[in-house]
Write a protein of this length. Structure first.
Length: 446
């Protein structure tokens, strides 16, 4: 089965004109760098469907590792840029053999299950439709539509239902995809005269995700899912957890709000800087050297990354010189650090914990916030509770993990024993791991 992706620039003249849901155009392209390279790591056949500008950006400028390029999406020029799913529909319609379409905000650290890849219909997961989608439909879409497919007519009166998340979508039932994409185009095209009266961005959900599920159900088609869990349509948890890859998660999808969650998109950027620095260098040139997530002398190579990491780790217990080189080294060193911490926790409790010298605790109204310095100057903020404050206070000086646990136990009442003590220690370990992943503390094997 071939892996495909689609990138539609929607008629813009410059890639800098559209954020594509991200905080900036740069992060959109960083996402494509990571998505394509991770897919190519596990699959020999990776094809791109795009338009002329998309081909220039992803292929000529960034040199992403696609094995075949189809420049076929310029014909979508009559569609509004907010109808972003129409390019996916077009791409599905062009398939004549089994395929799996993977969104450009999806990243993998393993191959997809073989059983899944043999399926007729595949999507990421089934999701429960809640008031989140319902409010989109009732809040200005439904009443303005001139045409609604029969499969969606019952949605007007339904209290609940399902849709398919299509971070990945595909399978071997090409006949179904021909009928589905034809109906999706009909749904969009027959309502062209009212596009300006509806939220086109929200409309994508209905002509892609809901229509897919309801048409498959009408035709008694079986859909196989990458994940069996069925979240609510606005409650996707864990899909941006870069600190848990690859041991605990092998699939991330920065859908919706994850694209503007600073921890998520900066972790994505740090991952690309560490493992795909040559692609990041091309991105820097594309944006006229205006990106600031590196230091001026950086040479964009894996070998230099390793030298920086080794130097950072060897001096972590003595270095207080906070400059761009230090922050950059800290950032690329942070990738995978939580996994290393957990391994060390399971093997040996005789290691030193350090609070890194690149954060401040700020009082804001009735609570305190931890401000972590970033190389870009846009610091990250994390709220602190009482336990966090105690923990960070005890880490004012380097301390052996065993000794830290002993000191923290002194804050407990004498009757905290047995299961209650285990719960407390697990919470401490969870918070330590959290602060490791947020670049607040690190560790050093004696």
């Amino acid at each position: 089965m071939k892996i495909i992706q689609s990138f539609w620039t929607s008629g813009i003249k410059s890639i800098k004109e559209n954020n594509f849901g991200w905080t900036s155009p740069e992060y959109n392209l960083i996402s494509w760098i990571l998505s394509a390279n991770q897919l190519r790591k596990y699959y020999d056949r990776l094809e791109l469907y795009t338009d002329k500008l998309g081909a220039k950006i992803l292929i000529e400028d960034l040199k992403l590792p696609y094995t075949n390029i189809h420049v076929v999406l310029d014909e979508l020029g009559t569609y509004d840029k907010d109808l972003w799913a129409i390019s996916k529909i077009k791409t599905y319609s062009l398939q004549n053999e089994p395929f799996l379409h993977v969104d450009g905000d999806v990243f993998i650290w393993d191959k997809f299950p073989e059983k899944l890849m043999r399926s007729d219909l595949i999507t990421q997961n089934l999701e429960i439709v809640t008031d989140y989608y319902r409010s989109m439909w009732d809040g200005g879409i439904q009443d303005n539509l001139l045409y609604v497919p029969k499969e969606l007519e019952s949605f007007n009166n339904a209290n609940a239902g399902y849709a398919c998340n299509m971070g990945i979508v595909g399978g071997g039932d090409i006949e179904f995809y021909k009928s589905y994409t034809k109906e999706a185009f009909n749904f969009v095209d027959k309502n062209k005269s009212v596009w300006d009266k509806i939220s086109k961005h929200n409309f994508n959900v209905f002509f892609e995700q809901l229509l897919f599920f309801r048409l498959a159900k009408k035709q008694s088609k079986n859909i196989n899912f990458l994940f069996e869990e069925t979240p609510k349509d606005n409650e996707y948890v864990g899909f941006g957890d870069f600190d848990k890859i690859p041991n605990e998660r092998t699939y991330l999808h920065l859908l919706g709000g994850y694209k503007k969650h600073d921890y998520c998109y900066r972790s994505m950027e740090n991952y690309v800087l560490r493992y795909y620095p040559e692609f990041y260098e091309r991105l820097v040139k594309l944006f006229d050297n205006k990106l600031s997530s590196h230091f001026p002398e950086y040479k964009f190579s894996k070998s230099e990354n390793q030298l920086l990491i080794n130097d950072f780790r060897s001096k972590i217990h003595v270095n207080n010189n906070i400059n761009k080189r230090y922050l950059f080294s800290r950032d690329i060193n942070s990738i995978g650090l939580l996994n290393d911490f957990k391994v060390l926790m399971n093997k040996d409790k005789n290691f030193l914990l350090y609070k890194l010298p690149c954060h401040d605790i700020i009082q804001e109204e009735n609570f305190k916030v931890l401000k972590v310095k970033e190389i870009s100057g846009n610091d990250l903020s994390y709220p602190l509770d009482e336990i966090d404050e105690i923990l960070l206070t005890e880490l004012d000086k380097p301390i052996v993990y065993r000794d830290l646990v002993y000191r923290l136990k002194m804050y407990l009442d004498d009757d905290v024993i047995g299961e209650d003590l285990i719960v407390f220690l697990n919470m401490i370990n969870e918070r330590l791991g959290y602060f490791v992943s947020r670049k607040v503390i690190s560790f050093y094997k004696k």
